[in-house]
Design a protein around this ligand. Structure first.
Ligand code: ADP
Ligand code: ZN
Ligand code: ZN
Length: 810
């Protein structure tokens, strides 16, 4: 009897979407579905995921190879993780292996490199001789490999240049040299050495009394009697020499112990724990959630609470109940920038039970976080998108803060939406899901009032704080009054008052579609990236133009490249330029800027926000990310520049974006006991998203927006699928798109309510020299569309991107 495993090999190529069979060898007979193993694949050794096991009585398939090893000490994908991965691959039309890969730390857990050695049985001299007749170089390479067995290709290339590969291949064909894959784990445990007492405290005490001549050894013993252990790296700061340590090791009084180091950038982030009495609204929300969770039922909740109503506290209390019942929790935040805020509050309550997980952590850090969850050393994981895949084995609750945020959508394959994955995972694990927002997405709110989620409301700010008063400034009127500054008079006055009172302000520049670009005033020429169809953005640092898609840079031209006119100049407002205008108005103002240029490093967001919260700056200036999540009590003013520039985008979610952005940004003001004021600058003061945003009126916005969605059959009424066809040549991309449209229409012609729209060039038609042509499919239900796409084989085509329920149709 022989056990055969069906294994998906993690090779990272889209075209391989099938399982391979391997023999499960006797010494690994306990591995089964969900294990990660090492398998031979071609001449490599790769990571594989077992997705099925069969038993064969009479075993005939002689060509099957055995599994080489296991990669973990335990099963990795438990049943509900496996079914979640299966669901992702079916729903989002991606390969199962790509979906499974989301559940492991780092894209591939193992890397293998090939090494070469001379085959044992051969007659080295005669082969060398034979090769020497062919070419001296062939002979040299052979002798080198013989001298350094298990040499890597990299080292051979260093010695002989890149052409060596050809020679090595020849030697392998001649069976003179053997290539073998060696596994490098990309992440593993890290250890450090520490010193511990090997004797009892009494014995140590007696020794110390007799050590009057050995003060260094005495110090070490005294330290170990109060501290349990001492790490090597801390010898110096405790005035302890290696000499003293070695003597005590030799006499067996102390010993070295390796302890695992947990890599954690968030180790020092923790707020002081404060005792709070829950408000009535908070209690009511909890009273709905807790009984469902304790009954181990699956249900989802939408916690619709205005900014500052205390949603985070509800999350904390709900997670506390889950932990009391020994169940684990996943807490999702929309952006890495916002993790520290919430991590601080959770750590204050739960300490080391909290781990952080997101893509900017090092692979080592992620690996450690994963291991701590796996082994149950930690029970709460907080993170951006990827945390929804955390290996928690007894899931009790998933929290999704700011559920409306678009960053929850993954914009590379597999293009999943975190909300859908979380809902599915919660369902399969029998857990509850709590989605919170002040501005729920139209889809989620629609589902909630149609009883798919339980709707919980929190309509009051904590401690009677009021929502800020919002002034809408019509920028067309400003212009009529001959005021051309990007900062309107009302905003200027608000800033001046605020700073005089020693309070702080946030200014949000909605930069999307509004960046600084260079244009000729004579001929209208706009300087664009040579590789991408997009205008270059001016950066005063270095006086360069940069492409925000491919990051290539150019020097700023003095004369127009098209007509040689000298009247070439900058348009639009970037954050840098806004900063300059502010300094002109308020010379002594302390400004900190937060945008893509200033937040490169892992913890840069935190440093900026931290400095601002401590009052080191008067104004925090930046793009979208200054609008979200943080809670600085001294902020009483918020200015929003170009609030409506998004409205010009041809996208059905534009209004939703504007409304959420206005509400969230305004929500940063007046969170303490001082009232807040907000100035919104716009060219569309009458638009319903701007109006409702200024009134903090979600209902008004929802009613207007849902009417529009119904009329045009956009989500939640219809579903959308977007195909993007890519090619180096525009004409080919278009031709391919036409072929696909024709096939789609033929395949779907029985379904009259399905619309296939396109092809049209993506708004940024060319990125990194590749043209992109879009097709949008609108249907009441995508089932048939997905079936058709699968039947057409589009899922394995590298030139086609499939986006199920895209965030935007652009
Ligand atoms: P939201 O997440 O809804 O924006 P937060 O949870 O951040 O709101 O709460 C706003 C502020 O009120 C925070 O500083 C928080 O510590 C505080 N807070 C929350 N709940 C209470 C409570 N029950 N009593 C006192 N302060 C509270
Ligand atoms: Zn570019
Ligand atoms: Zn010109």
């Amino acid at each position: 009897m022989q056990h055969i495993a069906q294994i998906l090999v993690n090779v990272g190529t889209r075209s391989i979407n099938k399982a391979f069979s391997y023999i499960i060898p006797g010494h690994l007979d306990y591995v089964g579905v969900g294990w990660r193993v090492l398998v031979p694949f071609g001449n490599r050794k790769l990571e594989g995921f077992i997705i099925g096991v069969t038993t064969e009585e009479t075993f005939s398939q002689v060509d099957l190879k055995p599994i080489l090893d296991r990669l973990d000490n335990d099963i990795w994908f438990d049943e509900h993780m496996m079914s979640t991965a299966r669901w992702i691959s079916e729903y989002y039309l991606c390969n199962l292996v790509d979906a499974m890969r989301l559940f492991i730390p780092g894209k591939s857990g193992v890397k293998s490199i090939t090494t070469y050695r001379v085959d044992k049985g051969i007659d080295v001299d005669s082969i060398a001789c034979e090769l020497g007749l062919k070419s001296t170089e062939y002979c040299q390479v052979f002798m080198y490999i013989e001298k350094y067995p298990l040499i890597s290709l990299g080292r051979l290339e260093k010695q002989f240049g890149p052409a060596v590969l050809k020679i090595v291949r020849y030697l392998m064909r001649k069976q003179a040299v053997i290539g073998e894959a060696v596994i490098k784990k990309t992440a593993s445990h890290r250890y450090k050495n520490t010193i511990r007492l090997a004797v009892t405290h009494e014995a140590a005490k007696t020794l110390m009394d007799s050590f009057s001549r050995k003060p260094a050894q005495c110090r070490l013993l005294a330290y170990l009697m109060t501290h349990d252990q001492l790490a090597y790296e801390n010898f110096k700061q405790n005035n302890i020499s290696h000499d003293a340590v070695n003597k005590l090791i030799q006499t067996g009084v102390v010993f070295i112990e390796k302890v695992q180091v947990i890599r954690d950038s968030y180790a020092d982030i923790c707020e002081a724990a404060t005792q709070v009495t829950l408000t009535l609204e908070q209690q009511q929300a909890l009273q709905s959630i807790v009984p469902v969770m304790q009954a181990k039922e699956n249900h989802s909740f939408l916690l619709h609470g205005i900014t500052g109503s205390g949603k985070t506290q509800v999350y904390i209390e709900a997670v506390a109940v889950a932990r009391q019942n020994s169940r684990q929790a996943i807490v999702l935040v929309p952006e890495i920038a916002l993790t520290s805020q919430i991590v601080g509050r959770f750590k204050a309550r739960f300490g080391d039970d909290v781990v952080v997980m997101h893509s900017k952590l090092s692979t080592g850090e992620r690996y450690d976080a994963w291991q701590r969850l796996r082994t149950g050393q930690a029970g709460i994981v907080i993170g951006a998108r990827s945390a929804v895949f955390a290996p928690v084995t007894d899931l009790g609750i998933i929290i999704m803060d700011e559920e409306h945020e678009f960053t929850y959508k993954q914009e590379e394959t597999p293009r999943y939406h975190t909300r859908q994955v979380a809902l599915t995972r919660a369902r399969l694990a029998g857990a509850v899901m709590v989605m919170g927002s002040a501005t729920p997405s139209i889809e989620t709110y629609y589902q909630a009032i149609n009883n798919q989620h339980i709707l919980l409301n929190m309509s009051k700010r904590i401690a009677g704080a009021s929502l800020p008063e919002v002034t809408v400034v019509d920028m067309r009127e400003e212009l009529r009054q001959k005021r051309r500054s990007v900062i309107s008079l009302p905003l200027q006055e608000l800033l001046s008052e605020t700073i005089t009172r020693g309070e702080q302000a946030i200014i949000l520049l909605n930069r999307r579609g509004y960046a600084t670009f260079v244009m000729c005033r004579e001929c209208g020429h706009i300087v664009r990236c040579k590789h991408c169809d997009i205008s270059l953005v001016y950066h005063s640092v270095g006086n360069i133009l940069r492409c925000h898609y491919c990051q290539s840079t150019e020097t700023t031209p003095e004369i127009c490249p098209a007509c040689s006119s000298r009247y070439i100049r900058f348009f639009g407002t970037g954050t840098q330029k806004l900063e300059e205008s502010l300094v002109k108005l308020f010379p002594s103002i302390r400004i900190v800027r937060m945008d893509q240029d200033t937040t490169g490093g892992k913890m840069a967001y935190d440093r900026i926000l931290d400095g601002f919260a401590k009052g080191e700056y008067d104004v925090l200036l930046g793009t979208q990310m200054v609008a979200k999540g943080h809670d600085v009590k001294n902020v009483t003013a918020v200015g929003i520049i170009a609030a409506d520039s998004i409205l010009n985008l041809p996208d059905f979610r534009a209004a939703e974006r504007v409304f959420a952005l206005l509400t969230q940004a305004a929500g940063r003001a007046g969170r303490g006991d001082k009232p807040g004021k907000v100035v919104v600058q716009t060219y569309n003061p009458e638009h319903y998203a701007v109006q409702a945003g200024a009134q903090h009126d979600y209902q008004a916005f929802y009613q207007a927006e849902i009417g529009y969605r119904r009329e045009l059959c956009y989500p939640p009424y219809g579903q959308i699928l977007k195909l993007t066809i890519q090619d180096d040549q525009e004409s080919k991309a278009r031709a391919q798109a036409m072929v696909i449209i024709k096939e789609l229409k033929a395949g779907l012609h029985d379904h009259t309510n399905i619309e296939v729209i396109g092809p049209f060039p993506a708004p940024i038609a060319k990125v990194k020299d590749v043209f992109r042509m879009n097709i949008v499919i609108k249907a009441l239900d995508l089932v048939h569309v997905k079936g058709c796409i699968l039947a057409m084989g589009l899922t394995t085509r590298p030139d086609v991107i499939i986006d199920v329920e895209p965030i935007s149709i652009m």
